[in-house]
Design a protein around this ligand. Structure first.
Ligand SMILES: *[C@@H]1O[C@H](CO)[C@@H](O)[C@H](O)[C@H]1NC(C)=O
Ligand SMILES: *[C@@H]1O[C@H](CO)[C@@H](O)[C@H](O)[C@H]1NC(C)=O
Ligand SMILES: *[C@@H]1O[C@H](CO)[C@@H](O)[C@H](O)[C@H]1NC(C)=O
Ligand SMILES: *[C@@H]1O[C@H](CO)[C@@H](O)[C@H](O)[C@H]1NC(C)=O
Ligand SMILES: *[C@@H]1O[C@H](CO)[C@@H](O)[C@H](O)[C@H]1NC(C)=O
Ligand SMILES: *[C@@H]1O[C@H](CO)[C@@H](O)[C@H](O)[C@H]1NC(C)=O
Ligand SMILES: *[C@@H]1O[C@H](CO)[C@@H](O)[C@H](O)[C@H]1NC(C)=O
Ligand SMILES: *[C@@H]1O[C@H](CO)[C@@H](O)[C@H](O)[C@H]1NC(C)=O
Ligand SMILES: *[C@@H]1O[C@H](CO)[C@@H](O)[C@H](O)[C@H]1NC(C)=O
Ligand SMILES: *[C@@H]1O[C@H](CO)[C@@H](O)[C@H](O)[C@H]1NC(C)=O
Ligand SMILES: *[C@@H]1O[C@H](CO)[C@@H](O)[C@H](O)[C@H]1NC(C)=O
Ligand SMILES: *[C@@H]1O[C@H](CO)[C@@H](O)[C@H](O)[C@H]1NC(C)=O
Length: 761
């Protein structure tokens, strides 16, 4: 069993077709021929049906939403979305039944000679320098007469402003849509972007082979009779360079393209030589944290070397680092939304923008760089040319510093012109060393890493209720900072930062302090009887219909607060959580007096059933507010909240992998060489001997951790069909936790939400 791939963010995708090439036959003759067959993927997760199409000319996704009898019609309406990774672009069309009865209109893509169901669209540009217009087509069936109520053409971000926000529409974008009735009986919507160059169009043509529909245009509205329509969505923004399934995976894992074609196709759809995308369909663009976590978890199967998936991730992050303060970019703004955003600032430009509000992303970068440039043999050889040094590993430090070639950054992010990726890695590492120093020197709460001023979010729990208003997040302070420092020390030792040779020792010293002195600030310890009372009162306050599990609490409950300095004057935001996984996955801590109870409590909390712990039959939830003891907790961390009592697939992956790594430390023997030349163990003062942690010899603790690992795996396997999504939730029905998509539950603040890695929504 290849546990890693099973653990992949893209988990087990249900259906895949290594397309026969049928669709290609129908591409316009002007489309350049592709070396490999088109790749397609269909994923159904009612009320959502997702279809992916990609070949060498275009990559796009179509999502059809069609309400089910049980759907909440205030959240779910008939809708077509088409999304292109290129420019983070998209088309969205909402429909309403003409008879006015919500819930009676359903939409469906049907197979046709155009594709099963999607085929490509390709129209050469007006001249040789113009981009072709590319997209997808397929047959859409309306079961009853319908009206197109809201069209949005341009950027996915504009569509998200409408879908996720308070139904925001921007008149400078909406008013530019042209409604055209064509002579052949078809109707088109067309919009030129704010850049005055790019345009998007969506055409409906009655499809004569089916139940012949009729579309009419009147007063900026389209009306449809029941029937079949050939829809064609296209736009002429430059496409990204897709990595083929065979070049996303490394050669040892290449058989996954045949053994798990769906997973491979999904991963490939998200992988481009310029960047890896965070997820379909809302997030088909660069997200720093998401791509680095994916790369850390998937590293054993991802391709390495020039043009590889690993380098796409690291390169995309470095390219977007803020050259002034070294922050890693969280999300990029590109395409039509970039022009629009610039316009809001009275700037006429389509230059991309970056959002630097997250504080966690900085710390993943050196960890990933170590994993690739030091621990991966292919990466070791690539460091020199990647960083534009002549030869990193063969030249002396001083020579290297002078051997920098000309600029390589700035191609995507013009702000970083005249710098190399090496320069940007250095600037980012300098930031980490600068921010880590105060606490390394004086261990006060004030010296812990806080969210940026004026920001209410800053790490992965980045929704309104994620950290309960906390300013000092647990994951960043107890795991990410020390892990980044360990990696910075290792990278410095290897000459990646020639200016800072002393970092090798200094960052190690800092790391030790951050590893050992941060946990106590977050520790929450609740006596057994008090803990039993808390779960009982939580059950009442939250009207959770299942058992309170008080009897399973057989000792004091110990966990670490998800953050410090929260809302309602909370010193600690006492929400039990899964963020222990960062320490398990990223650190080999050596203080046994801390490690043994930490692992033991973490395992216990995983194993206990909610609300006494984190486990449910829908798998391990990321936050449990039951021990907060204040009703503000139960209100905000709910089954409908993005970071509430819900399940995140990458958290399952990181927890399982982290426990595996910790248990793996017990297998080390004195002649075991840890992680090659650069492993932490090798650098211990006691020579080449990896110290075996004390918990390994404690049968009770070791057994508890192992049981947590196995039970977590059982739970992951039971919920395998969910793993391709970013997040899912549950309802308690018939005596059990039953899996439910998050998007169909009302969130605490209103609106609707679905996750980022969510391929099937
Ligand atoms: C149908 O749904 C739309 C969109 O949610 C809403 O504006 C409208 O009021 C609903 N109509 C009826 C009759 O419920
Ligand atoms: C459409 O074609 C695909 C691929 O051949 C097939 O898997 C799917 O079942 C078909 N759908 C329908 C509704 O027939
Ligand atoms: C697009 O054209 C309009 C009208 O000529 C002009 O005002 C605007 O600045 C142009 N936008 C860009 C990004 O060039
Ligand atoms: C209509 O269907 C027939 C047979 O079912 C097929 O040969 C033909 O190509 C189809 N035409 C179109 C436009 O899809
Ligand atoms: C067309 O739309 C406008 C603005 O929404 C409205 O005032 C007008 O009455 C509509 N005309 C018809 C014929 O529906
Ligand atoms: C795939 O290849 C790897 C390494 O070549 C091998 O260990 C593994 O068993 C293969 N898996 C399958 C399902 O063939
Ligand atoms: C980059 O960092 C500097 C210093 O913190 C800040 O002033 C600037 O706004 C940042 N750049 C962007 C694009 O946010
Ligand atoms: C843009 O210009 C308008 C009109 O001059 C002004 O009111 C507005 O404050 C400006 N916006 C920004 C962000 O500078
Ligand atoms: C890069 O250098 C060129 C030439 O010196 C200069 O014109 C340009 O402004 C620089 N770009 C940045 C972003 O500093
Ligand atoms: C819970 O949400 C309410 C309403 O937004 C807010 O006032 C309160 O401070 C929140 N409590 C916590 C602990 O986040
Ligand atoms: C928080 O503390 C401040 C100052 O002590 C007090 O005025 C305020 O009422 C407190 N807020 C809550 C929600 O307890
Ligand atoms: C921790 O030790 C394990 C050996 O059990 C090794 O595989 C892993 O790379 C080490 N992790 C770190 C962050 O040093």
């Amino acid at each position: 069993m290849n546990s890693l791939l099973k653990l992949s963010l893209f988990g087990s995708l249900v259906a895949a077709t290594a397309q026969s090439g049928d669709a290609r036959l129908h591409a316009r003759s002007s489309a350049p021929k592709c070396d490999t067959a088109a790749s397609t993927l269909s994923l159904s997760d009612p009320p959502y049906d997702n279809y992916f199409y990609s070949d060498c000319n275009v990559a796009a996704q179509a999502v059809i939403t069609s309400p089910l009898p049980q759907s909440d019609l205030t959240l779910i309406g008939p809708r077509l979305v088409v999304a292109w990774p290129a420019g983070d672009s998209g088309v969205c069309a909402y429909f309403a039944p003409q008879n006015g009865v919500n819930g009676t209109l359903s939409l469906e893509m049907v197979n046709s000679t155009v594709g099963q169901p999607l085929g490509p669209v390709y129209t050469a540009g007006a001249n040789s320098s113009a981009n072709p217009s590319v997209g997808i087509q397929g047959v859409l069936r309306f079961n009853s007469s319908a009206t197109l109520t809201v069209p949005i053409l341009g950027s996915i971000r504009t569509i998200r402003d409408f879908v996720e926000g308070p139904s925001l529409l921007h008149s400078e974008i909406q008013d530019a849509i042209q409604f055209v009735a064509n002579n052949d009986g078809s109707a088109s919507l067309q919009r030129t972007w704010l850049d005055n160059v790019t345009s998007t169009s969506l055409t409906f043509t009655p499809y004569s082979n089916g139940t012949n529909g009729k579309v009419t245009v009147s007063n900026r509205t389209l009306s449809f009779t029941a029937g079949d329509y050939l829809i064609s969505a296209s736009m002429n923004y430059p496409q990204l360079t897709a990595l083929k399934p065979s070049s996303v995976l490394n050669s040892a894992s290449s058989n996954l393209t045949t053994t798990s074609p769906g997973q491979a196709a999904a991963l490939s759809f998200l992988s481009y030589s310029e960047k890896l995308l965070a997820g379909a369909w809302r997030f088909l663009t660069y997200f720093g944290r998401d791509s680095m976590i994916s790369a850390l978890l998937l590293e054993p199967v991802l391709s390495s070397g020039n043009g590889s998936a690993m380098e796409a991730v690291i390169g995309a992050v470095l390219e977007r680092v803020n050259r002034t303060d070294g922050s890693v970019c969280h999300e990029e703004t590109i395409g039509d939304y970039a022009t629009w955003t610039n316009l809001q600032n009275n700037i006429t430009s389509s230059a991309m923008g970056c959002d630097y509000k997250m504080i966690d992303s900085d710390y993943f970068l050196p960890v990933l760089m170590q994993k690739y440039f030091l621990d991966n043999p292919v990466g070791q050889k690539r460091a020199a040319s990647f960083f534009k040094y002549l030869s990193l590993f063969s030249l002396s430090f001083d020579l290297m510093a002078n051997a920098r070639t000309r600029t390589s950054a700035g191609l995507v992010n013009a702000e970083n012109q005249n710098l190399t990726w090496g320069d940007l890695a250095l600037i980012s590492a300098e930031r980490i060393m600068r921010l880590a120093r105060p606490f390394a020197e004086k261990q006060t709460k004030a010296n812990l890493i806080h969210l940026k001023d004026g920001q209410v979010v800053g790490e992965w729990r980045d929704s309104e209720y994620g950290l309960g208003g906390g300013r000092i997040p647990y994951d960043v302070n107890t795991a990410l900072v020390p892990a980044a420092l360990r990696s910075t020390a290792a990278l410095a030792r290897q000459g990646i930062y020639p200016k800072h040779k002393k970092w090798s020792k200094l960052a190690t010293k800092y790391a030790q302090v951050w590893e050992e002195k941060t946990l106590d600030f977050f520790k929450v310890s609740i006596p057994q009887s008090k803990a039993q009372e808390l779960v009982a009162s939580y059950k009442n306050e939250s009207s959770f219909p299942g058992p309170d599990q008080a009897a399973s609490i057989t000792d004091d409950v110990v966990f670490h607060a998800v953050a410090l300095d929260g809302n309602n004057n909370l010193t600690k935001v006492e929400v039990m959580n899964t963020d222990d996984c960062f320490r398990h996955f990223l650190l080999n801590t050596t203080d046994d007096t801390q490690l043994t109870p930490f692992l033991n409590n973490s395992a216990t909390n995983i194993r206990r059933t909610f609300p006494a712990g984190l486990m449910t039959s829908a798998s391990m939830i990321v936050a449990n507010p039951a021990f907060g003891g204040d009703s503000v907790y139960a209100q905000n961390w709910t089954t409908g909240a993005y970071h509430g009592t819900v399940i995140w697939s990458w958290q399952l992956a990181m927890m399982a992998k982290g426990l595996e790594l910790q248990l793996g430390r017990c297998e080390l023997s004195t002649n075991f060489s840890v992680s090659g030349r650069y492993g932490q163990a090798k650098n211990k003062d006691n020579g080449n001997v990896a110290p075996i942690p004390a918990f390994c010899a404690d049968d009770s603790v070791y057994g508890n951790v192992k049981a947590a690992y196995n039970e977590l795996w059982d739970s992951i396997e039971q919920n395998e069909s969910q793993l391709s999504g970013e997040v899912w939730s549950w309802v308690y029905r018939d005596g059990d936790f039953q899996v439910t998509p998050l998007g169909v539950l009302p969130p605490p603040g209103g609106g609707s939400q679905t996750g980022k890695f969510c391929l099937p929504c």
